[in-house]
Design a binder for this molecule. Sequence first.
Ligand SMILES: [Zn+2]
Ligand SMILES: [Zn+2]
Length: 80
Amino acid sequence: MVAVVADETQPVDDPDNPAEQCFWHGYEPTRPGDYRACGECLHVWRTRDAYVASVHQLCREMRWPEVDELDMCPLCSHDW
Ligand SMILES: [Zn+2]
Ligand SMILES: [Zn+2]
């Protein structure tokens, strides 16, 4: 039994496509209008707010001054 936590608004048409497998969350297809996607871990931020929230969380964890933008993926540290 594998628990799959999926955004139920996501169309699930090709869950085996490795090009759309987020390293952290599994099947995560890009869609028109997505704010940003990481080319390394393949995570997709649907909105700028979601991206900024990820950056803020990393800043808290790393005890960095809070910023809204980073030159790297806040999840896997891959340079943009
Ligand atoms: Zn990444
Ligand atoms: Zn993800």
